[in-house]
Design a protein around this ligand. Structure first.
Ligand code: GDP
Ligand code: MG
Length: 162
């Protein structure tokens, strides 16, 4: 019934911070050190009166048997389960090989994607976000999950593809 939106991306790009921003409360665990196992990854979210399930994939960085999952493996599972994807990239770092690997998975899956250029904390960082057009996933949405900047516009565009 309610659509599932997976938040995917490399460790430390700000996925959990973004989830908390969207929920309007602090539930997803934000870690300065990536790769911590968490049980609960699915949350009930709402934007503009639309309800959806938000899946924070950070909890899958290490699976139940203690096996470390590569970024692409994690993303593959999340994409498969999702109706739409928020692909989060750290705009201050730029696109990495892992990001490119996720892009290939997204192309293959053909699910709707909203590209989030996170850590755009001020206008100076907006040129970093624009660099992410190179990923070929359409418009990068400049967001600061930490401060809330840009997240509303990004969510409007997510609802449009959901
Ligand atoms: P995750 O591993 O992708 O879930 O990343 P987290 O949400 O745990 O965040 C990793 C680190 O990045 C934390 O120290 C956050 O405070 C920081 N962070 C997240 N979003 C932003 C942002 O928009 N701007 C800045 N400057 N830091 C951020
Ligand atoms: Mg996380």
């Amino acid at each position: 019934d309610r659509p599932v939106v997976a938040v995917i991306g490399r460790p430390n790009v700000g996925k959990s911070t973004l989830v908390n921003r969207i929920l309007g409360r602090r539930e997803a665990v934000v870690e300065d050190v990536p790769g911590v196992t968490r049980d609960r990854v699915a949350y009930d979210a709402e934007w503009s009166g639309r309800r959806f399930t938000l899946v924070d994939t950070g909890g899958w960085e290490i699976d139940a048997s203690g096996i470390h999952l590569r970024v692409a493996e994690q993303a593959e599972v999340a994409i498969e389960l999702a109706d739409a994807v928020m692909f989060v990239v750290d705009a201050t770092v730029g696109a990495t090989d892992d990001d490119e690997a996720v892009v290939r998975l997204l192309r293959r899956a053909g699910k709707p994607v909203v590209l989030v250029a996170n850590k755009v904390d001020d206008t100076r960082a907006e040129s970093d976000a624009a660099m992410l057009w190179s990923l070929g996933l359409g418009e990068p949405h400049p967001v600061s999950a930490l401060h809330g900047r840009g997240s509303g516009d990004m969510l409007d565009d997510l609802l449009a593809v959901l």
